[in-house]
Design a protein around this ligand. Structure first.
Ligand SMILES: *[C@@H]1O[C@H](CO)[C@@H](O)[C@H](O)[C@H]1NC(C)=O
Ligand SMILES: *[C@@H]1O[C@H](CO)[C@@H](O)[C@H](O)[C@H]1NC(C)=O
Ligand SMILES: *[C@@H]1O[C@H](CO)[C@@H](O)[C@H](O)[C@H]1NC(C)=O
Ligand SMILES: *[C@@H]1O[C@H](CO)[C@@H](O)[C@H](O)[C@H]1NC(C)=O
Ligand SMILES: *[C@@H]1O[C@H](CO)[C@@H](O)[C@H](O)[C@H]1NC(C)=O
Ligand SMILES: *[C@@H]1O[C@H](CO)[C@@H](O)[C@H](O)[C@H]1NC(C)=O
Length: 932
């Protein structure tokens, strides 16, 4: 009797507990006492608390389930169904009212290569919800359907068990209950048993087996279920009681050995009993019914001779299924006290009933026997779960931010269960990977989890509009595919890591971080000095002769005064730019401002600069501050070095402004700073090298196609949009013009020269005092109010765009001085687009595209700033222009220079252009910079 056996082992739980407490010796004691149960996971679902208990029958510890799932609620089954014999796991359940899919996550890896597992889930409804309506729901292992659990017709007090043997590819596995609209899923118990990889050879990475029945023939007591510790894998062998009229039970008390490399390792206790027909001529017949599995059934039959064979006694038989021979040889003979088996490898399909008959051969003197059998339903496990690294990362993220959403089970699982906010890629041969994660407006608090940096395929990460604090982890820069990182609207602090800055500067990353008041990006902020960045910021630079500001302002002043007069307005006094005297006090102030720079940028000494520029050998430009020299860093990176001329007593302030601004802004369409020098009286800025010079030169050179022009316009607009929208407070460039738009070897445009830029809500006094800009580009409203706005840049950009369309400078001199705006406006009003368009494009352009661009330019240059678009609007419009132009060039049989064709087109173009570069015409200075 099982009862007596239970009593016999009832001392053992205490022993086991003791063993568990004495961890070191426990293994030894257990190993002697019982087969190895290491790696078993036994969960009593719905069991409250945090402490495990030891199950009487198996002596295995059962854990409460709270550590394995974060959903659902505990319920006790109705007391009417609780009997003293009812195992503890059935006394309570966890039910999942909310959410379509709820999962348990179980760890799996024990050792390398050990990844075949037996899963068992137990369900007893027991009217736990008082509804008397047992549900039907689906059960999944990972992303593969295990089975439909249909309790609707079973006795509410009858436990239902689902068992499967599958290969688990990862170091964790999820078991999910899916609500199919036919009742609330619940579960009573969950067990995971690692198997030897060699057993159940039909189970591999793409195919699993779900148990239909596992029977032990011969026991006389229905309750005599054999499992752990008799079965080291804790399979449940249910007794098959036969009627004693037709059948004879054969049994032995001797051990039945497993053969070498046994593929099933059936426990001796199961094999010790067998049945045989009383009528020695009879065969053993039984059947199983198909339950509609499309992939079919695989049977396994277990045999062992338990009787001592006498002389001349032979037991031989064959197995037939639906009349067809199942055994592959002429006959099968069970071996004495040794377990043997006959198993299928290919599933039986397409029958509603499978008749099995075990028939003795003609030479056999004994009838057939059978000790045990197993019938399995084949399931496919070809669905692969999300990349396991991604899953681990998402689990960490979910845990850290306590994400509620529908974040259950596999993140990328196809269909409606995919996690909210996720985008995944589904390659045919690879596990799905997460390519985008949008957690905006999710109420996230705390710092940015380092787990985000483990989403190796993520391209877009949106963490905007949360309450994230702390600094931006530099590890994010290691995400190879990350192109957009949106951190807008958080409470982040500290500097932007240099590794991210590098990604921004090389154009591979778009970082949006507006509305983070404590983020260290503002000029003048006292930022903690970041570790001296050894970042070798790639790239090139170009210096462009800066407009001579005094001259510019003089001209401006004249224009202004003339305008005022003609308009009869009151005189407004416009002071020239303030001149910073070089005094000790101001030098100290300069030093202070420099030391407040975030030092991702390198600080150079004057000697460094001498070396980099080969003693200031090659001048590549000249501006109001002084000369610009070509240089090469230690690693060969070409740079441009802008020296402040000491003789020029203007510019120190602009110099510092520019240095400060360049340390806080980073965008692929803004020229970036590699470092700076403040060495005694010497001041210099070191930039990326822009090999193709300024847009002004290119427009004058008349070699740009319309596609290239549009692209340059778009990129410049994006740079400006970033200044206006990506910076907090917004930055106004105040000197947008074609000579401040530089091009690199790929003809990519970057806005340069931030010496006059202003933060919008700072220094308002200074900005009303000083009018800056370049004639032809200055916003008339700014001229009037002395108040610059982002719309002033829009105005200037409109002029740039008109120059691109017309190929003409901002101020035309014949027949009489007039602005290109006025000129274009007049012609366009008459629909005269062909006169306006730069003839050097040879008509190779989409007319609608040019029209649209011209209209955008005119909108930008509206007198009233309120009527001008924002840079964001401009970017959107230019994108449309580019689409129109692309449509045209795609319809032509050749590609004349944008998008796919642009790389080659612009390269050949630029190499042709190099000879005509303006740099060649800058007088060489042999004695070094003027500051010497
Ligand atoms: C379940 O029953 C136990 C006692 O048998 C009780 O302590 C516990 O609170 C019950 N749980 C629920 C969810 O009702
Ligand atoms: C559940 O099983 C019952 C009886 O076998 C059957 O009538 C019912 O259709 C099944 N329900 C589902 C949803 O499969
Ligand atoms: C798994 O076994 C099935 C049936 O034998 C076979 O078709 C499939 O290719 C196997 N898969 C792997 C990954 O070996
Ligand atoms: C299985 O046996 C039953 C009863 O002998 C018979 O009616 C049925 O046709 C058989 N099925 C097959 C597929 O052979
Ligand atoms: C993220 O979701 C929000 C809405 O919840 C949406 O406004 C935003 O555009 C999304 N971000 C991305 C990058 O798609
Ligand atoms: C951030 O937290 C504050 C208060 O703690 C709250 O008022 C605000 O709405 C939160 N912001 C977001 C975007 O969740």
């Amino acid at each position: 009797m099982r009862q007596s056996k239970l009593r016999a082992v009832s001392a053992r739980p205490w022993l086991l507990l003791l063993c568990l407490a004495l961890a070191a010796t426990a293994g030894v004691m257990q190993a002697r006492a019982q087969p190895n149960s290491i790696g078993f996971i036994s969960i009593d679902c719905g069991f409250p608390g945090t402490t495990s208990y030891v199950d009487d029958a198996t002596t295995l510890p059962y854990a409460p389930d709270a550590a394995f799932t974060d959903a659902g609620e505990n319920h006790n089954v109705s007391s009417e169904h609780v009997t003293p014999e009812l195992p503890r796991i059935y006394r309570d359940v966890r039910s999942f009212v909310d959410g379509a899919r709820n999962c348990y996550t179980l760890p799996s890896t024990l050792a390398v290569g050990l990844n075949k597992y037996l899963f068992r889930a137990a369900f007893m409804y027991g009217n736990y919800d008082g509804l008397n309506r047992p549900p039907v729901f689906d059960l999944y292992i990972g992303v593969n359907l295990w089975k439909t659990v249909n309790l609707s017709s079973s006795d509410p007090a009858a436990p239902v068990i689902a068992e499967a043997i599958v290969v688990v590819p990862d170091d964790f596995v999820q078991v999910c209950l899916v609500n199919t609209g036919t009742g609330t899923p619940f579960i009573s118990g969950l067990e995971l048993r690692p198997l030897k990889n060699s057993i159940y050879p039909q189970v591999n990475a793409t195919q699993g087996l779900v148990l239909q029945s596992r029977r032990n023939f011969g026991p006389t007591d229905m309750t005599d279920i054999i499992r752990y510790p008799d079965d080291q894998y804790d399979r449940l062998w249910t007794p098959m009681i036969i009627d004693a009229i037709d059948w004879l039970v054969l049994s032995t008390t001797e051990k039945v050995r497993n053969i070498y490399d046994d593929l099933f390792e059936v426990p001796s206790k199961v094999m010790q009993t067998a049945i045989t027909p009383r009528d020695a001529t009879s065969s053993i017949n039984f059947y199983w019914n198909s339950k509609g599995s499309s992939l079919g059934y695989i049977p396994v039959f277990h045999f062992s001779e338990v009787l001592q064979a006498g002389a001349g006694v032979v037991r031989q038989f064959n197995i037939n299924i639906n009349g067809k021979r199942f055994t592959s040889h002429d006959y099968y003979t069970p071996r004495h006290l040794e377990s043997g088996y006959v198993y299928g490898t290919r599933p039986y399909t397409n029958q509603i009933r499978y008749n099995v008959s075990i028939v003795k051969t003609d030479t056999s003197t004994l009838p057939p026997i059978i000790n045990a059998d197993e019938i399995f339903i084949v399931i496919s496990t070809t669905n692969v779960g999300t990349d396991s690294e991604d899953v681990s990362a998402m689990k960490a993220i979910k845990a850290k931010y306590q994400v509620k959403k529908n974040w259950m089970g596999d993140p990328c699982v196809a269909g409606t269960f995919r996690w909210d906010g996720l985008t995944c890629s589904y390659a045919i041969s690879d596990p799905p990977k997460i390519t985008a994660l949008n957690m905006s407006f999710s109420g996230l608090t705390g710092d940015i989890s380092s787990a985000f940096a483990n989403l190796k395929a993520v391209q877009s990460l949106d963490l905007s509009h949360n309450n994230l604090t702390g600094s931006i982890p530099s590890s994010l820069s290691q995400l190879p595919s990350l192109t957009t990182l949106d951190l807008t609207g958080n409470q982040l602090s500290g500097p932007i890591p240099s590794s991210l800055l590098k990604r921004i500067q090389d154009g591979s990353l778009n970082l949006i971080y507006a509305d983070n008041p404590d983020l260290c990006t503002n000029a003048g902020d006292s930022c903690q000095t970041a570790p001296q960045g050894k970042s070798k910021l790639v790239i090139y630079y170009v210096a462009v002769p800066m407009a001579l500001i005094v001259v510019a302002l003089a001209v401006l002043l004249c224009c202004l005064l003339r305008r005022r007069k003609t308009r009869g307005l009151a005189d407004v006094s416009v002071k020239p730019r303030d001149k910073t005297p070089t005094s000790l006090a101001s030098m100290a102030a300069d030093e202070h401002r420099l030391s407040s720079l975030r030092l991702e940028n390198r600080r150079f000494t004057y000697e460094d600069l001498e070396m980099i520029t080969d003693s200031f050998k090659r001048v590549i430009g000249r501006g109001g501050f002084g000369y610009v020299y070509e240089g090469f860093l230690e690693d060969g990176t070409q740079v441009a070095v802008k020296m402040r001329s000491q003789s020029s007593n203007q510019g120190a302030k602009e110099f510092l402004t520019e240095a400060q601004i360049l340390t806080r802004i980073h965008h692929k369409n803004l020229v970036s700073m590699v470092g700076y020098c403040k060495d005694g009286v010497y001041m210099a800025l070191v930039y990326e090298y822009m090999s193709e010079g300024s847009l002004q030169e290119h427009i004058a050179g008349k070699r740009l196609t319309w596609g290239q022009r549009l692209r340059i316009a778009l990129e410049s607009a994006q740079g400006l949009e970033y200044l206006h929208r990506g910076c907090n407070p917004p930055l106004i460039h105040r000197d947008v013009k074609t000579s401040n738009i530089l091009l690199n070897a790929k003809l990519e445009a970057k806005v340069a020269d931030f010496g006059m830029s202003k933060a919008l809500d700072r220094d308002t006094y200074a900005s009303t005092n000083t009018l800056v800009g370049t004639p032809g580009y200055v916003d008339p409203e700014y001229l009037e109010t002395m108040q610059p706005s982002t719309k002033s840049d829009v105005y200037s950009f409109g002029v740039v765009l008109l120059e691109l369309v017309t190929g003409r400078p901002p101020i035309l001199h014949s027949p009489q001085p007039t602005s290109v705006i006025q000129w274009a406006r007049q012609h366009l009003a008459r629909g005269d687009i062909e006169v306006v368009v730069d003839a050097s494009m040879g008509g190779n352009h989409d007319v609608n595209s040019v029209w649209k661009a011209a209209e955008v330019a005119l909108q930008c240059t509206e007198q009233a700033s309120a009527q001008r678009p924002t840079m964001g609007d401009v970017v959107a419009q230019l994108l449309e222009c580019l689409d129109l132009e692309k449509g045209r060039s795609a319809n032509e049989s050749f590609c004349d220079g944008d998008d796919s064709g642009s790389a080659t087109a612009s390269l050949s173009h630029s190499s042709a252009f190099v000879t005509g570069r303006i740099f060649g015409t800058v007088p060489m200075v042999e004695t070094g910079p003027a500051t010497r």
